[in-house]
Every structure is written in structure tokens, then in C-alpha cells.
Design a protein around this ligand. Structure first.
Ligand code: ADP
Ligand code: MG
Length: 940
């Protein structure tokens, strides 16, 4: 072998399961106690590449592009282009050349179709990219041992030979061989399709041909740790992992259309059907009137114009921009959207089920009280810095004077998976932080305040086993051997006080143990309740000496006949912004419900501080819930504001019950077992900081800051987006309907000729409607968005007056333009500007939309009541569009191309006069509804 460093790197295609982990470590040139060195990591990262899966085979770009043209409106436009091309061709053939730009309508329409197709394509590709990028942003952190230090790094940077620890809730980032396990259970469904949990452990070498599912000494990327913990050495990363091998084979998943896409399909169907019916009517009416086929050509041209007029060609672009901007605004407010439909449906949420710890509270725990059978102790100090004192009554005390207190402190430091980071020699207050669960971090700080640093205890005790914490068990137990006394093993347990106490038969006082009397139990539970009622999170602590050697698989029934040490009460202050957010959501018709694993009284106290519950509000504990049938639960969910001591399973039942009651539910979750509830919820919300990978994978949205207020902010953005979309749909379609009716009326009234050519219509729909519509999409949030109840996510696009508005405004549009059209036609008949009526109609329709745009900024406030400069984009759009329209009339080349006529000042003023009527009308409607339409809700 040559001496280039790469060739010293280990070969990875190796049957790892056939050897012991020590052999694997040697092979991978790694060390279980030190991990890799930074230099080795850099070299391996360069050689093996990042730990990433390459995308599976996506739909081909061509496929995506082609699919855009299957849209019914675009198909109709293609039809129009072909017929129009046929007419032009026929005109050319028959020598009746009446235009300088033959086929310009056809070409223009095809161009628009193409543009729309490309736009749809870009939108889809961008959405895919955005989702990929979001996935990356949410990419999990892993805990890795390097240079002898535990640290957290992004999973992409894991290399073969790295030593990792994993615990319940983690999705494995790489393949690896197990070095140590504690009750490790893994779900390998991603690989084997098997949903059952698999118990994993270090084993003797396995046979070479052991199938993947039976390689118990290995774990694989993409699988999920359901329980327990493990330390492992990474054997493969990226595409070399078992998951990587099948990733290439994975079919791309067909995405469900979003609610908005469904609504757009509905809209397209209605418009196309409606216009086809109208076309049929106009043609038959025209033919019957004429009695022969002479007018066929005119009627066909009118029909073509109508078909072009009905399609809102500018709409897709405006929607794309709105959604993109909306998602961006959400990320700015710390809400990361994982599934696009959530952007549109967030505004419909009417119930938020939120965790307490970390979401409504700050998750910065500080132990304030300890209560043992020897006394009560107050603890001073702030944050995680280990500076503080223990006080009994009026006196500061030394903990070693109270053996049972000292024992409790040892127990909570040992029964702990967090790491306290900081330098004791440094300025003590600053720079202390924790890795891991804040509840446990607070306990490490508590121990350190008494000088019991975890490094110090690690010199005396070595952990030999554990029964990990889970939301179901609500407690955690570790087994430690005394390093200096051969065979002396103890268990240390902490968790929900009721559960721990129930498993104790004695208590510690001084250096002795005494049996627990029923009165003492009662007193302890009383204490627990009192602390909880003050909003403290309370844990019970116990220990026990283990006589017989530990089984290799520890059973839960060992957690009994323990010795009670005491209670620890920690403060987790409510987030200051959460109270505000709860209030805001209440005003917005969104009810907040607290769901927590914590004690009922703790939950109740915090809920009251936040305004989620009142003193008399109903709370339900997991135990009580267990006894309710699903039907009874459905009857209860409308009243209950706080659920305490629940398990993830209960969460699922609560969502289902709420949904049965017709609620649109957003629910937060962080644990592995929360995944089903998150999937069931209409909006599943995971935590960006503290959540498990598995919960994030199951969610629709991630709170980057774990903050409840962010949920409310996202809901607000959702409403703004939906309101804006409805606003410009109203605006655009009103004019489409007006155009269609105006065009249809010309032959019916008997004016010779088609008032608007397809090219002019495209101009209107794209430019003179499109630009103001884009500006309307930038309209700032209506101050009332969060002061009204949410709308149903299932409502039709035409709901709440939108359909009737479009038809009504369309008719008014048509009324004004037809009046003008007939007037101008009659007056100028026979003069040298007898064709000018067409240009006047064209101009009036365009300019009327300017007034409409200004009025459409709000559904219920008068333009006079709004700040005219709060949407500068709209002002620019209106000015710019008006200028463009004038250029179309007065710049010779453009006039020629668009087939317009020069208008005299007088004619132009008439157009402006007629078009301003539109503004007056829409404003008048608002006043009318304000005065006479009490209770009519036109918002959003
Ligand atoms: P929540 O996050 O809603 O407070 P959890 O499921 O995390 O609920 O915790 C439920 C209960 O389990 C807590 O009230 C506490 O008594 C106990 N508990 C929480 N974390 C730990 C832990 N790390 N070790 C032991 N017990 C714990
Ligand atoms: Mg928790």
C-alpha cells in the first residue's frame, strides 16, 4: 500500500456483526473512552464524505413540467390558441390580410400558457428544494465523543469510528456496533418494515449470514430508539449505511395536493364550465338572431375572447409569491414549516394543545426546595451555576451535617444523564450550561452547590445498569457499583413522588433507616401537594442496596422496598410572552389547553398564572382519563383546560376526542411516543431545541425556539396569508367576470365586432390585474386578524360571500363598461373614429381595476379610514399600471401591436370618469353593509 493517508483509513464493507465490538474498534482505529481525534475526524470527513443520504430518484424534471399543462384552464387556453391560429391562417389564405402581425394572438396565448407552465414548474421545484432545505435546517444533533470530550454535532458530520451515545427518541444517524446498552429497544421499521420494538444488546459474534433484522449487536441509520440508551461505534455513514443502500431504490412519494391546490382545481372547473356554457349561449343566440351562418366568424372570435377572459392568467404567479413570502415570514418568527399545507391551514386552528414544560415555561429549572425526613431546606442561587447555599429556617447549613440530605444529593447526581458544563475555577456565575434534560441539569447544579460534582462521584461509583426515564414510567432508576467496595451495588431512583413513594417501605434519617408509617406517607404526599400548588415541579428520590447480583436484563419489579430520601422542588417559571400569547389566542377564538406529565397542582398553578385555567376550571388527570370511555371524554374535552400526569397515549385520545367535537387541533409533542398524536393532530408541532428526532419527523411544523408564543404567531401568519389569497382572488375574478359579460354582450346587443381582442385581454389579466394583485398580496395584516374566530379549513373557496361578490362585482363592471360601450358606439358611429369605442372599453376596464384594487385593500374598512401609505407597493402598482395602459394607447408601436386607437382627451376623461365609478361602488358596498348588514362577516 502507498503511504497516502487515505489508504490508512479502514475499509468499511465489513461484516461487523461477526466480530466483537473490541475488534470493530481496533479495525476502525477508534477508542471507546477517547473517541477519534479531531485530526482523524477531518481526514475521515474528507475521505468518506458527509453523513448524508443522496436524494432518491425524484420525478424527472420533464415529468414535472409536463404535469403543469394538465391543468384544465391551460388546456382551454391551448384550445383557444389553436382555433385562433386556424382563423388567422384562413384569413391569410383567403387573402384578407387584416393584420400586420398574423398569429400574434396565438403566439401570445401559447407564450402565456408556456409561462404559466414554467411558473408552476418553478414553484414545484422550489417547493421541493425548500422542503429539502428545511429538512436540513431541522437536521438532528448527535452526541459524540471526540478527543475525550462529549459534544453535540450535526449528524452530517458523523464519521466511521465515531463513538456515539443514543437514547430514547433518537433517530439513528448512522450504522454502528453496540459497545454498551441499557434496556435498548429499537424500532427498525424503516429498514425491515417490522413495527415491533427489537431489544438490542452487545452479543457474542454472530453468524455471517445473520439477516439484518437479527443482528442484535448492531443498530442502523434511520431506525428509532424507543427506549433505553446505548453507546456505539459508527461503522458506516451516508450512502454506505443499510438505509443508504435502499435509499436509491425508494420510490419518490406522490404528494397529496394541498387544500389550496384543491381549491384552485375547484375554481378552474367552475370557471371553465361556466364560460363554456356562456359561449354556447352566445353562439346559439347570435345564430338564431341572424338566421344564417354569416356571423359565425364574429361569434367564434367573441367566444375565443370570452374563453381567454375567464381564465385568471396572473393568478398562479400571485399565489406563488404569496406562499413563498408567507413561509419566509413564518421562519422569521421561528416557525419552520415542514409540510406545505400547514402554511394554508394554520389560520384555521381553533384549539392548541400545548405541553407545559419548555413550551409554556422557560425550561430553565432551578431547585428551590428540598424536603427530607430530617427537615426542609431552601436552596439559593440562580440558573445552572453551582453557586448557592442550603438554608434550614434562618440558618445556612452544611449538607454533610445531614446524612439523609447528603444521600439524596448523591442519588440525584448519580441518577442523571445530563452533563453540567462549566469551569469551577472560573467566575462562578457565568458560563455554566447543561447538556441534556433541564430537569436533570437542575439536579446536577443542586449537587454541585454541595460540592458533589458528577466527576467526583464518578470516581466512587460506576453505573452498571439502568431503567431509563420515559413519559409512561415517569421515573428513572440507575444501578451503581461502589468502586472501592467489591460487589456493593445500590440503586438510585427519582421520579414522580407518588410513584416513587409507593415503591418505598422505609425512609432514611441520619444514617439509619426506619419503616414508613401510613401517617408519614400521608405527610409526604401533603408536602408534595403543597409544593406543587406553588407551581414547583416536584421529584421524589429513593435508593436501595442491592444484595443479589444484577440480572443482565433488569426488570421493573426491582424498584420496590426502596428507602425514601425526600422531595426536590424546582421552579420552572412561565415564559413571560406566553401569557400574552394565550390572551391573543383567546381573542382570536383559539382555545389553549395544557397537557403535561407533571403533577396536577403544578400544572394547575402554572395554567392559572398564564390565564389558561381559572381557579374553578376543570382539570383531568391521566388516571381519571383512563376511566373515561372515549364518548365521555368527548363530552369532557370542551371544558377541560388542563390535563395532568398524562402519557402520550392519552394525548392521542385527547386529540381524537377534540376532533370528534369538530375542533381543528394543533398539538405539541416532544417524545418518541408523541409521534402518533402529532400525526393525528391537524397541525403536529415539534420542538426544535428539545424535541426528539422521531417527533420532528412526525410533525407539520417545528418551533425553532420551543416557544408557545410562536404557535400563535404562526397561526396569525396563516390567517394573513389566507386572507390575502382570498383578497386578490376576489379582486382578479371580479374583473374576469366583468370582461366576459362585456364581451358577450357586444354581439347580443348587435354591435359589429369584438370589443376586446385576446391579446388585450391577456394584457389586462396579466399586467393590469396582475401587478396590483401582487401588491395586494403584500398588504400588511389587518389589525383585526386575531380578533375574530378562525374559519373552517374545509370551506369552499367561494364561501362567505366570495362567490356572490365576484358575480356581483362582475355584473357592475359589465354594467359600467356596457353603458360606456353602447354610448360611445352610438355617438361615434359613422365618424372617423368609429372604432374608438373598443379602446374606450379596454381602457375603462383597466382603469376601473385600479380603483377596485385600492378599495379591495380591506373588506370592511373604508379607504379613507386606512393609512394610504401602509402598502406603498400598491400605490406604485396603480401608478405604474396606469402609465403602462396610457402607453398602449399613445406610443405608436404599442398601439399598433395591441390594436388600439388614439383617444382624445375628452374620450380619455370619459373613460376615467366611468372607471372611477367602480371605486365608488365598492366603497358604497362597505358602507351599506356597515349600516344595514349587521352580522354580515366579510372579513378574510
Ligand atoms: P412534562 O414534560 O409535561 O413535564 P414529562 O413526561 O417530562 O412531563 O414528566 C412527567 C413527570 O415525570 C414529571 O412530573 C416528573 O415527576 C417525572 N420526570 C420528569 N423528568 C424526569 C427525569 N429525567 N427523571 C425522572 N423523573 C422525571
Ligand atoms: Mg418532559
Amino acid at each position: 500500500m502507498t503511504a497516502t493517508p487515505e489508504h490508512h483509513l479502514p475499509e468499511l464493507l465489513h461484516p461487523w456483526h461477526t466480530q466483537t465490538f473490541q475488534e470493530t474498534l481496533t479495525h476502525l482505529q477508534s477508542d471507546a473512552e477517547q473517541g477519534l481525534s479531531s485530526a482523524a475526524v477531518a481526514q475521515r470527513l474528507a475521505y468518506y464524505g458527509n453523513n448524508e443520504l443522496q436524494e432518491g430518484k425524484p420525478r424527472s424534471r420533464w415529468q414535472i413540467l409536463l404535469e403543469q399543462f394538465s391543468n384544465i384552464m391551460l388546456l382551454m387556453l391551448i384550445g383557444v390558441a389553436l382555433v385562433s391560429g386556424g382563423l388567422d391562417f384562413w384569413a391569410l389564405q383567403s387573402g384578407e390580410v387584416d393584420q400586420d402581425f398574423p398569429f400574434k394572438d396565438t403566439l401570445a396565448i401559447l407564450l402565456i400558457v408556456l409561462l404559466n407552465g414554467i411558473l408552476g414548474y418553478i414553484q414545484e421545484v422550489r417547493a421541493q428544494k425548500a422542503i429539502a432545505a428545511l429538512k436540513k435546517l431541522a437536521s438532528p444533533q448527535v452526541r459524540v465523543l471526540r478527543d475525550g470530550q462529549w459534544q453535540e454535532i450535526p449528524s452530517e458530520q458523523v464519521v466511521p469510528g465515531d463513538i456515539l451515545t443514543v437514547e430514547a427518541g433518537v433517530q439513528l444517524a448512522a450504522d454502528g456496533q453496540l459497545i454498551e446498552t441499557a434496556n435498548l429497544q429499537v424500532r427498525e421499521g424503516a429498514l425491515t418494515g417490522e413495527a415491533e420494538a427489537v431489544k438490542k444488546r452487545t452479543t457474542a459474534p454472530l453468524e455471517l449470514d445473520t439477516p439484518l433484522g437479527d443482528r442484535l449487536n448492531m443498530v442502523f441509520a434511520g431506525t428509532e430508539v424507543l427506549q433505553g440508551r446505548a453507546k456505539l461505534v459508527v461503522t458506516a455513514t451516508g450512502m454506505i449505511t443499510e438505509l443508504g443502500k435502499i435509499a436509491a431504490l425508494l420510490q419518490s412519494v406522490e404528494d397529496e395536493p394541498t387544500p389550496l391546490q384543491k381549491r384552485m382545481t375547484q375554481l378552474g372547473n367552475v370557471l371553465v364550465t361556466g364560460s363554456l356554457i356562456l359561449v354556447a349561449l352566445v353562439i346559439s343566440f347570435g345564430l338564431i338572431q341572424a338566421g344564417n351562418l354569416d356571423r359565425m366568424r364574429e361569434l367564434v372570435e367573441v367566444s375565443l375572447s370570452m374563453a381567454v377572459a375567464v381564465v385568471p392568467e396572473g393568478l398562479p404567479a400571485v399565489i406563488t409569491v404569496t406562499l413563498a413570502l408567507g413561509t419566509q415570514r413564518m421562519v422569521k418568527r421561528q416557525a419552520l414549516i415542514r409540510k406545505l399545507p400547514a402554511v394554508e391551514t394554520l389560520g384555521s386552528v381553533n384549539t392548541i394543545c400545548s405541553d407545559k414544560t419548555g413550551t409554556l415555561t422557560q425550561n430553565k429549572m432551578v431547585v428551590q426546595e428540598v424536603q427530607t425526613q430530617g427537615g426542609e431546606f431552601r436552596v439559593t442561587g440562580e440558573g445552572y451555576s453551582p453557586v448557592g447555599e442550603f438554608w434550614a429556617g434562618e440558618d445556612a447549613i452544611t449538607t454533610s451535617d445531614y446524612p439523609e440530605l447528603q444521600a439524596l444529593l448523591v442519588a440525584v447526581v448519580l441518577c442523571n444523564d445530563a452533563v453540567l458544563q462549566g469551569d469551577p475555577s472560573q467566575s462562578p456565575a457565568a458560563g455554566w450550561s447543561i447538556l441534556g434534560d433541564p430537569t436533570e441539569g437542575a439536579l446536577l447544579t443542586l449537587g454541585a452547590k454541595a460540592g458533589l460534582y458528577q466527576e467526583l462521584l464518578a470516581e466512587q461509583f460506576i453505573r452498571v445498569g439502568e431503567l431509563p426515564f420515559s413519559s409512561e414510567r415517569k421515573r428513572m432508576t440507575v444501578f451503581c457499583e461502589h468502586r472501592h467496595y467489591e460487589g456493593a451495588t445500590s440503586l438510585f431512583s427519582k421520579g414522580s413522588p407518588e410513584l416513587i413513594l409507593a415503591r418505598c417501605t422505609a425512609y432514611q434519617l441520619g444514617n439509619d433507616t426506619h419503616p414508613l408509617t401510613p401517617e408519614q406517607r400521608h405527610a409526604i404526599l401533603n408536602w408534595n401537594n403543597q409544593m406543587a400548588a406553588r407551581g414547583l415541579r416536584v421529584l421524589g428520590v429513593a435508593y436501595k442496596a442491592i444484595e443479589s447480583p444484577l440480572e443482565s436484563e433488569i426488570e421493573e419489579d426491582i424498584e420496590q422496598e426502596m428507602v425514601w430520601l425526600g422531595l426536590v422542588g424546582m421552579m420552572d417559571a412561565p415564559r413571560p410572552e406566553a401569557k400574552d400569547a394565550v390572551e391573543r389566542s383567546q381573542a382570536a377564538g383559539i382555545r389553549t389547553v395544557m397537557i403535561t406529565g407533571d403533577h396536577q397542582l403544578t400544572a394547575q398553578a402554572i395554567a392559572q398564572q398564564l390565564g389558561i385555567a381559572q381557579e374553578k376550571s376543570r382539570t383531568l388527570t391521566g388516571q381519571e382519563l383512563e376511566k373515561l370511555s372515549q364518548l365521555d371524554l368527548e363530552l369532557a374535552v370542551d371544558e377541560v383546560a388542563v390535563y395532568a400526569r398524562v402519557t402520550p397515549e392519552h394525548k392521542l385520545r385527547i386529540v381524537q376526542a377534540l376532533q370528534k367535537r369538530g375542533k381543528f387541533v394543533a398539538m405539541t409533542g416532544d417524545g418518541v411516543n408523541d409521534a402518533p398524536a402529532l400525526k393525528q393532530a391537524d397541525i403536529g408541532i415539534a420542538m426544535g431545541l428539545t424535541g426528539t428526532d422521531v417527533s420532528r419527523e412526525a410533525s407539520d411544523m417545528i418551533l425553532l425556539d420551543d416557544n408557545f408564543a410562536t404557535i400563535v404567531a404562526a397561526a396569525e401568519e396563516g390567517r394573513v396569508i389566507y386572507t390575502n389569497i382570498r383578497r386578490f382572488i376576489k379582486y382578479i375574478l371580479g374583473s374576469n367576470v366583468g370582461e366576459v359579460i362585456t364581451i358577450a354582450s357586444a354581439p347580443i346587443i348587435g354591435l359589429g365586432g369584438v370589443p376586446l381582442t385576446p391579446l388585450q385581454i391577456l394584457w389586462m389579466n396579466l399586467v393590469t390585474d396582475g401587478l396590483p394583485a401582487l401588491a395586494l398580496a403584500l398588504e400588511p395584516a389587518d389589525p383585526n386578524v386575531m380578533k375574530r374566530p378562525p374559519f373552517s379549513p374545509n370551506e369552499s373557496i367561494f364561501a362567505r360571500g366570495l362567490g356572490s361578490y365576484i358575480v356581483r362585482i362582475g355584473l357592475i363592471f359589465a354594467l359600467f363598461s356596457i353603458t360606456l360601450m353602447v354610448g360611445a358606439y352610438t355617438l361615434e358611429q359613422g365618424t372617423d373614429h368609429s372604432e374608438n369605442w373598443k379602446t374606450m372599453v379596454f381602457t375603462t376596464l383597466c382603469l376601473a381595476q385600479m380603483g377596485h384594487a385600492i378599495a379591495a385593500r380591506s373588506f370592511n374598512r373604508l379607504t379613507l379610514e386606512m393609512n394610504p401609505f401602509s402598502n406603498p407597493a400598491l400605490l406604485w402598482a396603480v401608478l405604474g399600471t396606469t402609465a403602462l395602459q396610457l402607453m398602449l394607447i399613445y406610443v405608436p408601436f404599442l398601439r399598433h401591436f395591441f390594436g388600439t386607437q388614439i383617444l382624445s382627451t375628452e374620450e380619455l376623461l370619459i373613460c376615467i370618469g366611468f372607471s372611477s365609478l367602480m371605486f365608488v361602488w365598492v366603497e358604497g358596498e362597505k358602507l351599506f353593509i356597515r349600516w344595514f348588514g349587521k352580522g354580515v362577516n366579510l372579513e378574510g
